[in-house]
Ligand binder design. Structure first.
Ligand code: UD1
Length: 419
């Protein structure tokens, strides 16, 4: 049986909502737990499909994993397996983050080339080069990336691009390497800071998280820890754009607004009122949004994961917007679905030019990845009648209680099952 969402447009979303822990943090933190024997406890974990998928990957490596609402407890044995289960890994991209911890703990890692969202080719060359600089040999063999090393040794590494995943694998591989690693052009995303904070609480010596240069002084052993996952800035940003698109008023809690600075600034330019608090923000919109240009870039730039929301708001804005995708090359597949809803959008290389129209026109649309799926739901909220959003399992991978939260905010949306 398949599931889709039926969304009736027209409601003005109002109220408050709290975001849970970040998908893009919790999965990496679960993998980092592998670095220490014993029980690591993570709190504020989101109840999304990718968490039990990661549970399967860790169980396949010999760990015991308990999920209890927002708490995840991972008990890591003295000896773990070095080969991650093929089927579990292939189901989601983030599973590649076990590569660094396995290489550090076992001196060997075999991780199937991950699947995940259809948003681009997503090679692993920078992950491999990073591990090689630390002394490992790596190769792609039988559909898996294989890393082997006798002893990881600290090195100076400069990334070609501040890749989030490569930064994470280099961090988790180098924390127990011999000597010091200096990682230049490192990713600066809040999720990287979260990972470094957890590693330091396990006894690692990592400095410079959140800047382009991270210095890791290798230690012999790490110990288990307790750690609270940071809030999901992409889910929070989705609520912010939902407020602005529906000319609503939403207060979002559980997130540091500094993690969304540019995304909220763009909403101000579009005509929204934005108020920020220590642990949240409020977005109110009383007019048709104005057209705004967007460029996706690594943090602190505008997040590529909110690009569908940028396209969504631009499609109903007054004027013409240009949206430029600089991170993932295939992310404009979403535009074809927006065109079904009547959006006036023209793709030219990695730019999309959008002429805003007053109202989108309801129809059936298909989610191609987590964020595109959420973006289609927002678009459906401002369409003239009922829209069916298909393939919503993508959305369930990243948005806990999405339908329930939308209903609470006044949206007319329901989940339906069909053949
Ligand atoms: C992570 C996030 C994803 C987000 C992205 C960028 C997770 C699970 N996913 O993905 O939601 O959209 O960061 O903020 O955390 N690249 C290479 N070679 C490599 C590695 C990456 O060419 O070895 C390229 C990618 O194809 C892409 C770009 O670098 O074009 C950025 O990728 P990266 O920052 O690594 O993203 P992910 O960690 O995969």
């Amino acid at each position: 049986m398949k599931e889709s969402f039926l969304v009736k447009g027209g409601a003005r979303l109002q109220g408050s909502v709290k975001v849970d822990g970040a998908k893009n943090s919790v999965l990496k933190l679960m993998a980092a737990a592998l670095l220490a024997e014993g029980t690591t406890t993570l709190s504020n974990c989101p109840e999304i499909l990718d968490v039990p998928l990661m549970q399967k990957v860790l169980e396949g490596l010999g760990c015991e994993v308990e999920l209890e609402g927002p708490v995840v407890r991972i008990t890591v044995p003295q000896t773990i397996k070095s080969e991650a289960d093929f089927d579990a890994v292939r189901q989601f991209r983030a599973s590649v983050c076990v590569l660094g911890p396995l290489t550090a703990r076992c001196g060997r890692a075999v991780v199937a080339l991950p699947g995940g969202d259809a948003i681009g080719t997503r090679p692993l060359d920078m992950h491999q080069t990073g591990l090689e600089k630390l002394g490992a040999s790596t190769r792609i063999q039988h559909g898996a990336v294989v890393a082997e090393v006798d002893q990881l040794v600290g090195a100076n590494i400069s990334l070609d691009f501040p890749s989030v995943g490569a930064t994470e694998n280099i961090l988790t591989a180098s924390v127990m390497a011999q000597g010091t690693t200096v990682l230049d052009n490192a990713a600066r995303e809040p999720e990287i800071i979260d990972l470094c904070n957890m590693l330091n609480s396990m006894g690692a010596q990592v400095e410079g998280a959140g800047t382009s240069t991270i210095t890791i002084t290798g230690v012999e052993k790490l110990h288990p820890t307790e750690h609270e996952v940071i809030g999901d800035r992409i889910v929070a940003g989705t609520w912010a754009y939902a407020a602005a698109m529906t000319r609503g008023d939403i207060t979002v809690g559980g997130i540091s607004p500094t993690h969304l600075h540019l995304a909220l600034e763009k909403l101000k330019v579009a005509g929204a009122e934005v108020e920020t608090f220590a642990n949240g923000f409020r977005v109110q919109m009383n007019q048709r949004p104005l057209a705004v240009d967007y460029q996706t870039l690594p943090f602190p730039g505008f997040p590529t994961d909110l690009q569908p929301m940028a396209i969504g708001i631009a499609s109903i804005a007054e004027g013409m917007s240009v949206i430029t995708e600089n991170v993932f090359e295939s992310r404009f597949r979403f535009v074809d679905e927006m065109a079904r809803l009547g959006a006036d959008a023209t793709v030219d290389g990695h730019h999309v030019v959008i002429r805003g129209i007053e109202e989108l026109s309801s129809t059936e649309v298909w989610s191609s990845d987590i964020r595109a799926g959420a973006g289609l739901v927002l678009a459906a909220l401002v369409a003239d009648d009922e829209t069916r959003v298909h393939d919503v399992y993508h959305i369930d991978r990243g948005y806990p209680y999405f339908v329930e939260n939308l209903q609470k905010l006044g949206a007319d949306i329901r989940r339906v099952t069909h053949k």
